[in-house]
Design a protein around this ligand. Sequence first.
Ligand code: DX5
Ligand code: ZN
Length: 233
Amino acid sequence: MIIAPSLLASDHAHFGQGAARAAKAGAEWLHLDIMDGHFVPNISFGPQVVKAVRPYAKNIFFDVHLMCSKPEILLEPFAKAGADQMITHVELGERVESIIWKIRQLGKKVGLAVNPPTAIAEVEPFLDKIDLLLVMTVNPGFGGQEFIHECLPKIQQAEAWRREKKLKYRISVDGGINNDTAAECARAGADTFVAGTSLFGQRNLKAAVAKLRKIVHANDPALADLNIRRGQI
Ligand code: DX5
Ligand code: ZN
């Protein structure tokens, strides 16, 4: 399981400190939301900010979520700025394949995101080419929104495909993730949890990460199977 605090929910005047807090709190990844004011109705930050933040959290994995209409022009700048993975959106249609290829060429991990109104079937042709599938559980653009429960069957489908096709992509969820909704997502098959408001909103980030981790672990379907077999449930 991976916990990825979303920097968008940290103090925008002190992104470096926010990244350092996430790393010290024991999170494996830092999620960085890139919004271009076109693909989504908001603007966040660009490669120069990511580059400036990188030294504050040297060992954490930078999970860069590109909510951008033209990711092609941003891939190299973000790769140079310190991204470990770049996530593009399936809503970009016929350009998705070449964007995935470009991210790979840059030597970075590849993620593919799907928005709530988009059918999960849209991602199926790309599943053997990606490292992570990001199931958006809010309409992207803003932190602090309410989790959309109708997205849960998409997680189940992503998990079923992964099993049937013997693939290894991670299944990430992003938007409105807190201790309750993370448990629901874990039961549906998610293994990577992006959380902004519910983590950075806590004074003790380390304790909040540990609690989220414990809850996800307790709701891991593999563990539930094991407990059923052991007669514990
Ligand atoms: C939404 C972003 C999310 C956001 C999540 O557009 O993609 O990553 O930071 O924030 P919370 O956890 O506050 O919903
Ligand atoms: Zn995001």
